[in-house]
Ligand binder design. Structure first.
Ligand code: ARG
Ligand code: GLU
Length: 710
């Protein structure tokens, strides 16, 4: 018995303390000198200064935050940028209509003049990052409450940001907490707002495999699109203008066409969004047993409805393509995540670790922290559940969202009401372009029935209960809203005026959204905010505690801060994996696999005829590899997450070999727990990008501005 306990304890310790031995980790570029020896031992040939430097041009200057959720990289001295197809998706869609279906047919600017500007799209270069913990915590005393500390951090951050960005010229800055606020870093960015679409393959290449293959290996998706950054004559950020000129980057990637092999070193430089590697077992249990399963179920209902209508009409298919992809993406990921957490027995392992930690902590600084965290989670759970339900039901009703955004355009000053008609017209145009009433109405019925069934009465607004009682059913409610709301009718919406404020507020769609919003703000949010603050505070200690504990147990762990959409380095190597007993996946795929999947009957697998012809004639130009096929994708052991989409995959020499775009399904629990045996990122081989530009897009004029290493 005693022995058994020791073994369990040792395993728990090893799992929780020793992870960084393998390829786990998302490291801070400015501290990469602490990892560089390990990187070099694994094959990397460049120095820490080559990765990140504030004194000279370094690889960081060729990487951008694309929008606020993807990564992109510069591949020419003239501002040419590569990111994923799914990252440029909404831009490609915005330029598409039934007549010019760039989603379906692809788009290639054949000259700079044909590049398409994009409202609202921007890219940010990291100028520098810096540890500012002392400045941010200036004035802090241990007696302070968490609220006061939050206020202090806010005020100090604001001053620091104002100082850091005073030059203007597109500078913006954020202060981010690392390790739950044990450390603060300043991130200074320069943001460019004129970013134009240069090219995108047809979706039958860029989204080949669609949501069927999403999160899966083997994969054959040509998930890329190209943009160009424009600047004013002095290379500074400027809003769109036809006088702008291509941006001249400090650094851009050379492209390696040498090819990749199992075992090769890979380095991913990008903006991972969010991970929770150090959380308490109760946090994991909620995700595994409650949060993810309910959210998955609600999205299954919505997806079934969208899919049904999208299959019936090309117009609806385009209208809902981007929305469907967004809903489906997390839906599928959560399923892999739950499976992975179960398989790894993460809750159990964490509980064992917590027991050992708790025993060790007795009488010391971290005494009681484990119990405290469990207590906060217990209190939080029903509120978290209500929040999850609210956001996956009420907030997904498109008509209600739209109604509310129109209601917000009424402004009351003293006794006069104004209505921003111009803005209203814009918002309405973009809403109606992509809205299909039957989908929204059926979704309302589906998700609100689940809401009724699963959310406890104490966590529902009075408004909702009364309304439902008076309607008699969710169906009757939907009937009223989707028949009588002003907003189902573009003509009535267009005619709205300042005098219509009361009518808009009383509209069934506005009222629905607004009443829930008020309820959430008064009954739920204050509690979740307070409890999350308590959690934050407890985690600040627990995080530090884990670091001290692992050191004292002499099971060394190199800690890395959880991802928070700041620039990180992940490194590893190209490697296959075994997803299940008896199955082994090799690490690269080729065009042959595309032909094996090709099926004109199945939307996701119907490739362009041109690709079939090229394959039949083996007309690969210079893009075939040693086996005579065109390489398409590969997998590697880099630790990545959402936000890393579009990240450059870099080889030992610092050259571009691919474009990150996904992870394997069996490894999606890596946001919570990383398993080096199974967690793999999926990348697009840069040679398939070049092949597609050349042979499908016939836009090989773009090669003239790129630098190839061989
Ligand atoms: N799973 C990838 C990511 O998380 C790709 C998503 C876009 N593709 C799709 N088929 N929905 O962003
Ligand atoms: N496709 C994801 C993204 O948009 C990357 C995949 C992942 O979550 O690792 O960032």
């Amino acid at each position: 018995m005693k022995n058994r306990f020791r073994i369990i304890l040792a395993t728990a310790l090893a799992m929780a303390c020793m992870t960084a031995k393998a390829d786990e980790g998302m490291w801070l570029p400015s501290l990469i000198s602490q990892r560089i020896v390990d990187m070099q031992e694994k094959g990397f040939k460049l120095s820490a200064e080559d990765i990140y430097s504030v004194n000279q041009a370094s690889l960081k200057d060729a990487v951008v935050l694309f929008g606020r959720g993807c990564t992109g990289e510069l591949i020419s001295p003239e501002g040419l940028l590569l990111t994923n197809h799914h990252c440029g998706y909404s831009q490609i869609q915005q330029h598409s209509s039934v007549e010019h279906d760039y989603l379906k047919d692809g788009f290639w600017a054949m000259s700079r003049k044909e590049e398409l500007p994009n409202k609202g799209l921007n890219v940010s270069f990291l100028e520098r990052m810096e540890d500012v913990t002392d400045i941010i915590l200036k004035g802090y005393t241990p007696e302070m409450t968490e609220e006061d500390r939050v206020e202090l951090v806010k005020a100090n951050s604001k001053a620091l940001i104002a100082e850091a960005t005073k030059e203007g010229k597109g500078l913006r800055a954020t202060v981010e907490a690392l390790y739950y606020g044990n450390q603060y870093f300043l991130f200074l960015y320069r943001q460019y707002d004129d970013v134009r679409l240069v090219g995108a393959p047809p979706s039958s290449i860029g989204k080949f495999g669609g949501d069927t293959d999403n999160w899966m290996w083997p994969r054959h998706t040509g998930d890329f699109s190209m943009f160009r950054i424009y600047a004013d004559k002095d290379n500074n950020p400027a809003p769109y203008s036809k006088d702008n000129v291509p941006y001249k980057p400090k650094k851009y990637f050379r492209i390696s066409t040498k090819g990749v092999q199992e075992g090769d070193f890979t380095f991913i430089y990008g903006f991972p969004g969010s991970t929770k590697e150090y959380i308490h077992s109760e946090g994991v249990r909620y995700i595994e047993e409650i949060g993810d399963p309910h959210k998955i179920h609600l999205r299954t209902l919505r997806l079934d409805i969208m899919n049904k209508y999208q299959a019936q009409s090309q117009k609806v298919r385009i209208q809902y393509s981007s929305k469907n992809a967004n809903v489906s993406n997390a839906w599928k990921k959560w399923q892999g995540e739950v499976k992975g957490i179960k398989k790894m027995k993460t809750v159990r392992t964490k509980q064992e670790f917590e027991k050992a930690f708790d025993r060790w902590a007795q009488g010391g600084e971290f005494d009681g922290i484990i119990g405290k965290l469990a207590g906060i989670y217990a209190e939080l759970e029903p509120y978290q559940f209500a929040t999850d339900y609210y956001s996956e039901t009420v907030r997904t009703i498109e008509l209600a969202n739209f109604a509310m955004s129109m209601a917000r355009l009424f402004k009351q000053t003293d006794s006069t009401v104004t209505f921003d008609k111009e803005r209203a017209s814009e918002v309405a145009a973009s809403f109606y372009k992509d809205w299909y009433l039957p989908i929204d109405k059926e979704s309302f019925i589906a998700v609100m029935n689940e809401y009724e069934k699963n959310v406890p009465a104490d966590f529902k607004p009075e408004y909702y209960k009364e309304k439902l009682a008076s309607y008699g059913s969710i169906e009757a409610w939907a009937e009223d809203m989707f028949t009588n709301s002003i907003f189902i009718d573009p003509v009535r919406t267009e005619a709205l005026d300042a005098a219509d404020k009361d009518a808009v507020m009383a509209d069934p769609a506005t009222e629905f959204f607004n009443e829930f919003l008020k309820w959430y703000a008064s009954d739920i949010q204050p509690v979740t905010t307070r409890l999350n603050q308590d959690l934050q505070l407890a985690y600040r200690d627990y995080m530090r505690g884990q670091m001290v504990y692992c050191r004292t147990q002499r099971v060394m762990k190199d800690f890395y801060p959880d991802a928070n959409l700041t620039l990180r380095v992940a490194y590893g190597h190209i490697k296959g994996y075994s997803p299940a007993d008896g199955v082994y996946y090799t690490p690269s795929s080729t065009i042959k696999g595309i032909m094996e999947k090709d099926n004109p009957e199945i939307f996701d697998y119907n490739i362009p005829q041109r690709l079939r012809d090229i394959y039949a004639a083996k007309d690969y130009g210079r893009w075939a590899d040693a086996s005579g096929e065109v390489p398409v994708c590969f997998i590697a052991t880099n630790h990545t997450t959402g936000g890393n989409s579009g990240s450059p995959v870099i080889n030992a020499d610092g050259d571009l070999i691919g474009l990150n775009f996904d992870r394997v399904w069996e490894g999606t629990m890596s946001d919570i727990v990383f398993d080096p045996e199974i967690c793999r990122n999926i990348a697009l081989d840069v040679r398939y990008v070049l092949f597609t530009i050349d042979k499908i897009g016939e836009a090989d004029y773009l090669f003239d501005e790129m630098t190839f290493t061989e």
